[in-house]
Ligand binder design. Structure first.
Ligand SMILES: [Fe+2]
Length: 259
């Protein structure tokens, strides 16, 4: 099996935490007092008009709980984005559903991993049958490109509300040009947040939540593992799984071009 590729050297970029409404302002205090978040280290805060159309409701805020050193480590900040269900009580909210399905006040929704080459990683993952719910999005104001995977859940069962974001910061002009040819939309900060938010809302309302890998591929990999413990899986079997994923990805590509 091939070793680690350069684009698989992931760093944690940020994590996104969902909180029920009652917890959200409490969390704000906790981040301020316990985690030492100052006004300056609240990186982002987004609002929508309140239920009664008077005033505003906070949708999300992002906190920087740690900062990296200078130079190459400049991105090495520890950042969390916090999201509450900001929709009125009678209106559907994927954030509320995600929390309610877990009977939880809080749920880690996604972790964003930073790769030095998002295009290469994306190609690698798609070749192996991984589903993404967005194309690669561009946030020009942040020199950021990003994409979001499908969720990790059992085929046929309720979604899990757990997925991955993959990002690259400071993409090269070449990368940006290549992307522009495929994806004309330029995404700014609000669009970045709302892009994912609306995509997820649509998925949950339609009941069609995209899985990380298709049911058919999941079943093949599950069958390959059989009754084995993970420590019993040999290198040959890991390579066989990789081959199965490539084969599946290839058949999907053919279906797409045929359609
Ligand atoms: Fe994110």
């Amino acid at each position: 099996m091939a070793g680690k590729r350069p684009f698989q050297n992931f760093q944690v970029d940020h994590m996104t935490l969902l909180l029920q409404k009652e917890f959200y302002p409490v969390a704000y205090y906790l981040f301020r007092s316990i985690f030492g978040v100052t006004k300056d280290t609240i990186l982002y805060e987004k609002r929508r008009p309140a239920d009664d159309a008077q005033g505003e409701t906070s949708m999300t805020f992002a906190v920087q709980v740690g900062s990296g050193t200078v130079g190459a480590e400049a991105f090495n900040n520890t950042i969390m984005a916090i999201v509450q269900p900001s929709e009125p009580a009678g209106q559907r909210s994927h954030v509320r559903e995600m929390l309610d399905q877990h009977h939880a006040a809080s749920h880690w929704q996604h972790i964003a991993l930073r790769t030095p080459d998002l295009m290469a990683f994306h190609r690698h993952a798609v070749e192996r049958g991984v589903n993404f719910i967005t194309p690669i999005l561009i946030d020009e104001s942040q020199d950021l490109i990003q994409t979001f995977s499908g969720e990790w859940f059992f085929p046929g069962s309720a979604p899990s509300a757990m997925f991955f974001e993959f990002v690259q910061r400071n993409p090269s002009p070449d990368h940006l040009k290549m992307l522009e040819e495929h994806n004309r939309e330029a995404w700014f900060r609000d669009k970045t947040f709302l892009g994912l938010y609306n995509e997820k809302e649509q998925e949950y309302q339609s009941g069609k939540v995209t899985p990380f890998i298709d049911e058919a591929l999941f079943k093949r990999l599950r069958a390959l593992a059989g009754d084995k413990q993970v420590f019993e899986i040999t290198e040959e079997e890991a390579a066989e799984a990789d081959r199965l994923m490539l084969e599946y990805g290839e058949s999907k590509k053919k279906q797409k071009t045929a359609a």
